[in-house]
Design a protein around this ligand. Structure first.
Ligand code: B12
Ligand code: SF4
Length: 503
């Protein structure tokens, strides 16, 4: 039996970690998870747990957040092995160059790779033949070929919520985070999902990237959680889209209200949504949905972002959602290379026209794990001197003359959408230097739309915002880590090719 500690910097119930833990526990290992914001003494808590294996989750920009701690833990716990997983190392194994800090990485879905790795380390066996696992080979990062993604999500044990609900704040908040699926019907060029599909699927006939838990499994999972943590009032589905599989929503609408009965919010893919689905979702208890509008320009949406949403869909679906009394929020991107400032104001106008109950506005980030991001790096559109930290809400990393105005527009976007004279006002305001008032304006709208409109709870959402403020506005948190001084070129060397911002 090995002791495995997962560490994360965001106060959130991570589906990936929950499932990794449940699989490890099913095979006799012991697991715990430590969240920076929830521990009085984060460093000491992990040290005192005395793990054999430490698992670090990282999105791009978070790849070095734990290095300082790991260096110290490795001295305090000489047997400690470290493995990094999640979207960043899945596309960039460069952290392996940090010898003595990261011993291995796991690419893509990690349930069985993590089990094999922990077993191998426990038995002092070689890790070199384990699929999905990356390590240093002759001083260079090497990643083994990956196994197929898990086809039947029902074969997995229930996600281990105890890891997160040991923390009173997470267990006692109003809204529970749940996942019903993996994958996404779209392959937007600014999102990592497109390359995940290319790289993680072998092309074998019948192999699926988009998978949904059966409704019976989901209902049983929910009841298992609610039996132990009964006071959740609402559920938020973190999936890219709850309407992932045709027909699923209809069965869900029959069983969910009778067997679970909690209201819920979710993301939807508006290309695969008709009035029957919307009616079924409403019947099931859906109170709020979110979808990616991203740009007011149909051309940018279809040709650059490859989002697939025509203007007809963008204008048509909101009418149906309103008819069935479901509130809706849009996701919007500011500052992509495809858009001028005028185009971004067009996105404001589209939102004014379709009247969402809230607008999430993120700043375009050139991830090297996306089609558009890779083009940005190749065409040298990225400002390497700007360490923007982990978030896609704080700052822009693009080289563009109007970058300050773009960032200001992201902060004041909701003012432009919701105030009667918002548009001309914001056009003038974005010329001012960046200032904290703009940041607080963004936060205030976000809080109101999340907490009040979508029902996440005013106090909970306020506290959650405070806990994750570093994630939202933290400019530097060990992001833009340079592995020696080779980071600039290294990613492209090691990438073998093929919520969201809709989170
Ligand atoms: C739900 C979601 C969120 C949720 C939950 C966070 C989370 N990361 O799970 C919230 C809303 C909090 C969120 C926030 C953010 N997100 Co988000 N999110 C997603 C989304 C839509 C689904 C993730 C998911 O739950 N999948 C299902 C589970 C089962 O898979 P998984 O999490 O990938 O876990 C598997 C593997 O990654 C691996 N694994 C996971 N953890 C670990 C840990 C170890 C030690 C190991 C070895 C392996 C491992 O094994 C798991 C099981 O197979 C993805 C898009 C996508 N489809 O992947 C974007 C995505 C992960 N998010 C992204 C981004 C940018 C963010 C933010 C930075 C946005 C922001 N606020 O500025 C923050 C970062 C916060 C954080 N610390 O993660 C990007 C990351 C891109 C990149 N290259 O790094 C993604 C890929 C979308 C995109 N734009 O491309 N997100
Ligand atoms: S941005 Fe959203 S809709 Fe587009 S591929 Fe990513 S998860 Fe899917």
């Amino acid at each position: 039996m090995a002791r495995v500690a997962f560490i994360v910097t965001t106060c959130h119930e991570f589906e990936g970690i929950k499932v990794l833990s449940s699989v490890l526990k099913q095979h006799g290992h012991e697991c715990d998870c430590f969240i920076t914001s929830e521990e009085k003494d984060f460093h000491g808590a992990v040290r005192d747990y005395a793990p054999d294996v430490l698992g670090i989750y990282a999105t791009t920009g978070q790849e070095a957040w734990a290095h300082r701690h790991i260096e110290a833990w490795k001295k305090e716990l000489p047997h400690l092995k470290t493995v990094m997983g999640g979207p960043h190392p899945s596309f960039d194994p460069g952290n392996l160059r940090d010898e003595g800090i990261i011993d291995a990485i796991i690419k893509a879905e990690a349930e069985y790779a993590m089990l094999d790795l922990v077993n191998a380390w426990e038995g002092n066996n070689s890790i070199e033949l384990i699929p999905n696992v990356g390590f240093l080979r002759d001083g260079e990062p090497w990643v083994n070929p990956i196994r197929p993604v898990i086809q039947d999500l029902d074969e997995l044990p229930f996600p281990d919520v105890d890891l997160f609900y040991k923390y009173p704040f997470l267990a006692k908040k109003r809204v529970m985070q749940v996942h019903a699926s993996r994958g996404c019907q779209n392959s937007c060029t600014y999102c990592s999902v497109g390359l995940m599909k290319k790289e993680w699927i072998s092309g074998k006939k019948g192999e699926r990237f988009n998978r949904t838990k059966s409704v019976d499994y989901l209902v049983a999972e929910m009841n298992d959680i609610l039996a132990r943590f009964p006071h959740f009032k609402m559920v938020n589905f973190g999936d890219a889209a709850l309407n992932m599989e045709s027909g699923w929503i209809q069965e869900f609408a029959e069983k969910w209200p009778a067997k679970v009965g909690l209201p819920f919010a979710c993301n939807v893919n508006i290309n695969y949504l008709d009035e029957d689905d919307i009616e079924a979702m409403s019947r099931a208890g859906c109170v709020s949905v979110q979808f990616g509008l991203e740009s007011g320009s149909e051309d940018v949406r279809l040709k650059v972002y490859k989002k697939g949403y025509t203007d007809k869909v963008v204008y048509g679906i909101p009418t149906l959602l309103r008819k069935h009394k479901i509130t809706y929020r849009t996701n919007n991107i500011m500052g992509s290379p495809a858009e001028t400032l005028d185009d971004m104001f067009n996105t404001v106008r589209t939102n004014r026209a379709i009247k969402p109950n809230g607008c999430t506005v993120l700043i375009y980030r050139p991830f090297r794990s996306t089609e558009l991001g890779r083009e940005d790096f190749e065409k040298e559109r990225v400002d390497f001197s700007r360490d923007i930290g982990p978030s896609i809400q704080a700052d822009s990393q693009m080289l563009r003359d109007d970058v300050e105005e773009v960032v200001n527009l992201q902060k004041l976007f909701n003012v432009a959408v919701y105030l009667p004279f918002g548009l001309p006002l914001v056009k003038a305001l974005i010329k001012l230097p960046r200032n904290p008032l703009f940041d607080w304006t963004l936060l205030a709208f976000l809080w109101y739309q999340h907490a009040v409109v979508s029902g996440y709870g005013m106090v909970d959402d306020f506290k959650l915002g405070l806990k994750n403020i570093g994630q939202i506005f933290g400019k530097k948190s060990g992001g833009m880590h340079s592995y020696g001084d080779t980071q600039k070129n290294q990613f492209l060397d090691t990438l073998d090719t093929g919520q969201d911002v809709s989170v």
